[in-house]
Design a protein around this ligand. Structure first.
Ligand SMILES: [Cu+2]
Length: 163
């Protein structure tokens, strides 16, 4: 003879399952929020956009090279680099040195999130434009490159000479 389960034994189990289910949904929702932060179309120091740059340079990103890949700038000058992704795939302009004063603005939706505290880095989708402003306080040669996998090794790199 089988004993039918009483209401008392069914309900606690259902409540526990429901609680577990809700907790799982909450965890998934939280994970979705933390893993995809809102990508900002601008970053760095906004004060660098409140003043006129001393030098303007236009750099096109092709598949896979920068054109031009070198330019010179005076120490202490504010340089504005107008970037355009003229290629078919995602590219970025990344400065090797991460301690350089900079600010950027991207037209349209940002390709991805830019890490807080990182150096100059502007990622652009095909056809997208952006502007990166930087000021170099020390003379020397500063390497920039595209951080998309394989691009730097493939020759997508350049040098800024600060006099
Ligand atoms: Cu690239």
């Amino acid at each position: 003879m089988t004993v039918p389960p009483s209401v008392g034994t069914i309900f606690p189990m259902t409540a526990r399952c429901l609680a577990l289910l809700l907790a799982t949904f909450a965890a998934v929702a939280l994970l979705a929020c933390t893993s995809t932060p809102a990508a900002s179309p601008e970053g760095g120091d906004p004060a660098l956009f409140a003043i006129e740059p001393d030098l303007r340079v236009e750099i096109a990103m092709h598949d896979i090279r920068f054109e031009p890949s070198t330019f010179e700038v005076d120490r202490g000058a504010l340089v504005a680099i107008a970037l355009e992704n003229a290629g078919e795939i995602l590219h970025d302009f990344t400065l090797e040195r991460t301690d350089i004063a900079h600010g950027y603005r991207i037209e349209g939706e940002a390709a991805h999130h830019h890490a807080e505290g990182g150096g100059p880095h502007v990622a652009l989708r095909a056809g997208q434009r952006g502007e990166l402003r930087m000021r170099f306080d020390e003379p020397g040669e500063y390497v920039f490159y595209c951080d998309v996998t394989g691009h730097r090794r493939g020759g997508m790199t350049g040098i800024i000479t600060v006099r």
